[in-house]
Design a protein around this ligand. Structure first.
Ligand SMILES: NC(=O)c1ccc[n+]([C@@H]2O[C@H](COP(=O)([O-])OP(=O)(O)OC[C@H]3O[C@@H](n4cnc5c(N)ncnc54)[C@H](O)[C@@H]3O)[C@@H](O)[C@H]2O)c1
Length: 259
């Protein structure tokens, strides 16, 4: 299908995982895709495999966004996907009692500051046309408390709210610049590797992580990309300020739901 034919689409953190799947799906849908990532080698390799452009971009860096605005001044779709849990470098305390201020800020810098800067870039790149689609990748962790990942949960909750603010602001300006949030739960990507490990108990650990998920499995990056393609397309022109859960039914009930 060519639902994004000739739309210029920027995807952050697209070297791997969900961002990569979104970039590949957008390319299949006929878009002009710009893969961006702070990992230049992996980002360039992914872009070459997909057959699209690559631009280095650390979402925390305002100067990188200003550079992107010079190179890609007009965009139809921006996906603010780059995100970190804070566990990339190994086990670190991220509970509300023991987390360090530096670790708390580091997670917010990528997830929240990065999304703020990405939305600001997107508005600038879309307002000449007065139309576009901003897609912010939040998380189910932005909807519920996560005792051992406080900064991640806080930053994702803030993304959820900022998406609504951006949607309302753009509507107030008379633009059809839509802004929506996607809330994935467990999607099998490299982000999970530090938690899954490679030992013989990997499979058991995976099963335990999705034991409370009604569909009893991890989601795939491609399943997130399919929803992003819909939100990016002109099939969703009346969809703004909303949020879509991709969670195998997890948030339909809760641990308090009677069995
Ligand atoms: N995988 C899941 O289960 C899951 C669930 C909910 C939400 N999410 C969210 O989806 C998004 C993608 O997650 P993923 O699982 O594909 O992660 P991933 O770790 O596999 O990939 C993240 C990508 O972001 C890039 N990145 C990290 N910091 C960056 C920065 N400062 N600037 C630019 N790029 C940066 C990395 O280089 C990497 O390519 C994240 O926002 C994550 O929080 C993932």
């Amino acid at each position: 299908m060519q639902r994004l034919k000739n739309k210029t689409c920027v995807v952050t953190g697209a070297a791997r995982g969900i961002g990569r799947a979104i970039a590949a799906r957008f390319q299949d849908e006929g878009a002009i895709v710009i893969v961006t990532d702070m990992d230049e080698a992996a980002g360039a390799a992914t872009a070459a495999e997909i057959g699209c452009a690559f631009e280095p971009l650390d979402v925390r860096e305002e100067a990188d966004w200003l550079r992107l605005a010079r190179i890609v001044p007009i965009a139809d779709v921006v996906v603010n996907n780059a995100g970190v849990t804070g566990f990339e470098a190994g086990a670190t305390a991220h509970d509300p009692e023991h987390a360090s201020l530096a670790d708390w800020r580091a997670v917010h810098q990528v997830n929240l500051d990065g999304t703020f800067l990405g939305c600001r870039y997107a508005i600038g790149a879309m307002k000449a046309k007065g139309a576009g689609s901003i897609i912010n990748i939040s998380s189910r962790s932005g909807l519920v408390g996560i005792p051992m990942a406080a900064a991640y949960a806080s930053s994702k909750a803030a993304i959820r709210n900022h998406s609504k603010t951006v949607a309302l602001y753009c509507a107030q300006q008379g633009w059809t610049i839509r802004c929506n949030a996607i809330h994935p739960a467990a999607i099998l990507t490299p982000m999970w590797e530090p938690m899954l490990g490679s030992g013989p108990d990997r499979e058991a650990r995976m099963q335990a992580l999705v034991a409370d998920t009604p569909l009893k499995r991890f989601g795939t990056p491609e399943e997130v990309a399919a929803v992003a393609a819909m939100l990016a397309s002109d099939e969703a022109t009346y969809v703004t300020g909303t949020e879509i859960h991709i969670d195998g039914g997890l948030l339909a009930g809760s641990a308090a739901s009677p069995g």
